[in-house]
Every structure is written in C-alpha cells, then in structure tokens.
Design a protein around this ligand. Structure first.
Ligand code: CP
Length: 302
C-alpha cells in the first residue's frame, strides 16, 4: 500500500493486520528490545503545518526506533511562510527522495494532494477537519486492549464534533468493528448536514450518552477552528457538557474515558479526574507509538 490517508482505505482484517504488528512491537519493546532494523536505511520527512505534541513525537520516535532517519519541518520554519504553494512544497519534498512523508496540514485534503505528486509513502497525520487515521487506529487498538472487543460496545463521542477529524475517523473505524456510535454535543457543535455521518444516533443530552456508553471519548473544543464562539462561554460549556465527578457517577463502573489530547483541563474534563481510574488517556498516548511503528511497517510490506 503506498499511502495511509483515510481509515476508509482499509477493511477490518487489514486494520487487524496493523494491530497484530503493533502488538508484536509492543510486546518486544516492553520486554527490553528498544531498537529494531525494519526501517534501517529509510528516511522519513515530517512536515507539520499545525501544532502537535503526540502525533509528531510518536511518528518521529517510531521511525527512530525502527532505524530510520527522520527530519522535522514545521510550518513556521518552512518556505510556506515565504508564499510557497502546497503543489510546489509537494514537488520539493518529492525531489528529496524520502521514503515516507508524514504530513499534518490545516487544509482538509492536503495530504491527498501531496500523495498524488510524490512517490514516497504519504501518511495523513491530521488534515483540517477531515481525518486523523492514525489517531483512530490507536483509539481502536486501546479499546481492544482494554475491553477485548469493539463489536457490540456503545461508544459515545462527545464535544466539538463539527470541527473534529478525530470524530470522523473514529466513527468510521468503530462502525467497521461493529460498535454502536453515539455523537453527543450541543446543537451548535454538530454538523449541519448529517447525511453520510457514521453515528448510529445523535443526542444533545450528555447524561443520556454517559449512562449508556461503554466508552466515552471527549473531544477538545477547537477554538482555533471556531471563527465565532460555538458556546457562550467555556465555563458554560463545561457546566453543560464537561465530565465532572457527578457525571462520572452516572457512567458504568467499567466504562472507559478517553481523549485524543491535548485536553483543555476543566473544560472537557474536570482537572482532578483527567487521569482517574477509568481514564485511559495515557494508554492512548503509549499505544500511539506502537501503532505508528506498525503503520510504517505495514505500508512497506503490503
Ligand atoms: N491527538 C493529537 O493529534 O494530538 P497532537 O495534536 O498533540 O498531535
């Protein structure tokens, strides 16, 4: 497979093939094997046109652990600041003959455009409000690890769904695995046209979503994509839709709490319970490393 641009490209078995590679890497890494040679001699370019901590670091670390050379490019330090077009950026990256390009871009579809122009494997590390496939893979991998299955689970995705590439990729992937997907948000943060959306049902009632779900994924309020506020104040959003100790009590005792990060503490989740017993937010981060190692390996071999 040349590129990973969308979760739509893969069927359940192909995703499980990636998960099996990730599981193998995790087991070996945890047993003390800290260096691999699967990507020795390969190069990875990481142009990130939006900020990132988890995705960029884990894709970079994953490449280094597998033996590749990695080069970071940030938007503020790139020639995009001098007015270079996306097309010319793509041709320039192509001329460098790197094996992988892991790109995050504020424009939905940018990685698809780059992929058409270059021979390198292109990995979408988040494009605008469109998709974030590696996040969906690590979310599904972590749920499988904790629950042993995804089929039959009720997974509530809560928050700024309108602007969320994670909501899109997660919901498409969870449906492939047979989950029931619930979108929960204030009406202002729901897409205006629900055609093509992969949620089984949509509710504005947070108590309903929390009491029913086996997994609750809280989304960051994406202030940088909201040209006008979508809720009168963050305090009001938090009071009406944030997870707090009272709302935690109405969740099933074995329900999981997830967040792709970064968390706006006190907005989506009350600060004291970000890492509570039911939270697997740091497991998501840890698994991101192994899932991203597996994505490189899978793209090379399939
Ligand atoms: N989940 C996620 O994409 O986090 P970063 O923006 O830190 O990469």
């Amino acid at each position: 497979m040349k590129d990973l641009l969308s979760v739509k490209q893969l069927n359940k078995q192909q995703v499980m093939d990636i998960f099996n590679i990730a599981k193998d890497y995790k087991t070996r890494y945890k047993a003390g094997e800290r260096k691999f040679t699967d990507l020795k001699g390969y190069s990875i370019l990481l142009p990130f046109f939006e900020n990132s901590t988890r995705t960029r670091t884990s894709f970079e670390l994953a490449g280094k652990i597998l033996g590749a050379d990695t080069i970071n490019i940030s938007a503020s330090a790139s020639s995009v600041k001098k007015g270079e077009t996306l097309y010319d950026t793509a041709k320039t990256l192509e001329a460098l003959n790197t094996d992988f390009i892991v790109i995050r871009h504020y424009m939905s579809g940018a990685p698809f455009l780059i992929a058409k122009e270059v021979k390198s494997h292109v990995i979408n590390a988040g494009d605008g409000t469109n998709e974030h496939p590696s996040q969906a893979f690590l979310d599904a991998f972590t749920i499988l690890e904790k629950k042993g299955k995804i089929e039959g689970l009720k997974i509530a995705i809560i928050g700024d769904i309108l602007h969320s590439r994670v909501a899109r990729s997660d919901s498409i992937l969870f449906k492939k695995f047979g989950a029931t997907v619930i979108f929960c948000a204030p009406i202002t943060m729901l897409p205006r046209h629900t055609e093509g959306l992969t949620a089984d049902y949509i509710t504005t009632n947070i108590e309903e979503a929390l009491s029913e779900c086996d997994v609750a994924i809280f989304l960051r309020i994406q202030l940088e994509r909201q040209e006008k506020p979508y809720f009168s104040t963050l305090n009001e959003y938090s009071a009406k839709y944030g997870l707090n100790k009272e709302r935690l009590k109405i969740m099933k005792k074995d329900a999981l709490i997830m967040h792709p990060g970064p968390v706006n503490r006190g907005v989506e989740i009350q600060s004291e319970i970000v890492y509570s017993n039911q939270s697997i937010i740091l497991d998501q981060v840890e698994n991101g490393l192994f899932v991203r190692m597996a994505i490189y390996k899978y793209l090379l071999n399939v």
